[in-house]
Write a protein that binds this ligand. Structure first.
Ligand code: AMP
Length: 318
């Protein structure tokens, strides 16, 4: 069976949106990514850290999704990472209110032996120092190394982030973060700049406006499924990354063409996450509803254009 190793935060999130407040719910990049990947037939292994306050029901939830937690350290006398964020009417705009790193602050993971030869390594949102240390503990280079990050790390650890970017294949990042990282103000210019930093592939996420995939000489755009209501976008990016990696690992094809389908798989899974607070919706999906959304997606982007020349036959005096 193919293996995906995910390193990322496990958290208590507290989210405020125009619809209401979540209270303390399960969050963290690794939680969303691992649950998204759990819908694929592969071995999923998480590296993270939590405090003694992390509820048993969360461990049980991961176990019920066959997610291996051997790489999750529990520090009984400390607190789990806590993040609070607020969304406004335009759900693409988010403000971080509180980032209490708690146990994350001193996290120095030892990768379990059984995690050192994965097909794919997903470095989900976490300190770039930890991401780098995890790469260096691999016995051989994974077929694909994917990295996700956020404004917090770009602002506080840019140098360390630049170092880890040199080691990876694919960076996923949102549009605002891409501008921040590149210093450019258009998507194309930002993509060109970021691709020079190391990764072979880049995905720039634009929230409810979809995602763009870039390589040095190719580009692909996938819209987001147009949902009637977005309840809470937290975790959509992590879900996207987990779904994308799950798809890539299962299909074992690391080409640009296959990445396009992986982008669709990630987008479809993310479309469920935004329907509820926390991981509630993502954790309880049926295969039929996932497949229905894949069909909806295909329908959304499918069109024929007549290939006859007479359509643009009116010339401009030429
Ligand atoms: P996303 O909405 O996909 O960008 O990710 C939101 C998740 O990232 C939340 O569940 C948070 O717990 C987690 N998160 C927020 N800030 C950080 C951070 N500085 N490091 C790691 N994870 C974070």
């Amino acid at each position: 069976m193919r293996q995906l190793v995910i390193v990322g935060s496990l958290a208590y999130d507290d989210i405020e949106t125009p619809r209401g407040r979540s209270g303390r719910v399960l969050g963290g990049a690794a939680a969303y990514s691992a649950l998204a990947a759990s819908y694929f037939d592969l071995s999923i292994n998480v590296i993270s850290i939590v405090g003694g306050d992390f509820k048993q029901e969360f461990f049980d939830l991961f176990s019920s999704h066959n997610i291996d937690l051997q790489g999750v350290e529990v520090h009984q006398h400390e607190k789990t990472f806590y993040w609070a964020g607020k969304y406004y009417e335009d759900m693409n705009q988010r403000q971080t209110l509180i980032t209490d790193l708690n146990v994350l602050e001193k996290f120095d993971p030892t990768v379990p032996d059984s995690y050192r030869e994965p097909d794919i390594l997903l470095l989900a949102n976490l300190s770039p120092v930890v991401q780098f240390k995890v790469i260096k503990q691999m016995n051989r280079r994974p077929r694909l190394i994917v990295l996700d990050t956020m404004d917090f790390w770009i602002m506080t650890m840019l140098e360390e982030l630049m170092q880890v970017l040199k080691e990876i294949d694919l960076l996923t990042i949102n549009d605002q973060e891409a501008y921040m990282l590149s210093g450019k103000r258009t998507i194309r210019a930002a993509a060109e700049e970021i691709l020079k930093m190391g990764p072979r592939y880049l995905i720039i996420k634009k929230g409810e406006h979809g995602a763009l995939l870039f390589s040095k000489d190719k580009m692909f755009f996938a819209p987001a499924l147009s949902l009637p209501d977005i309840f809470n976008p937290t975790g959509a990016g992590d879900t996207f990354a987990g779904g994308l990696c799950g798809f890539m690992a299962t299909s074992d094809d690391y080409s640009f063409e296959n990445l396009k389908s992986a982008v669709i798989a990630g987008s479809v899974l993310a479309s469920f996450t935004v329907e509820k607070f926390g991981t509630e919706r993502l954790a309880s999906l049926k295969q039929t509803e996932i497949m229905q959304r894949i069909d909806d997606f295909i329908e959304l982007v499918k069109f024929d254009f007549p290939k006859t020349s007479h359509i643009f036959s009116k010339t401009n005096g030429q």
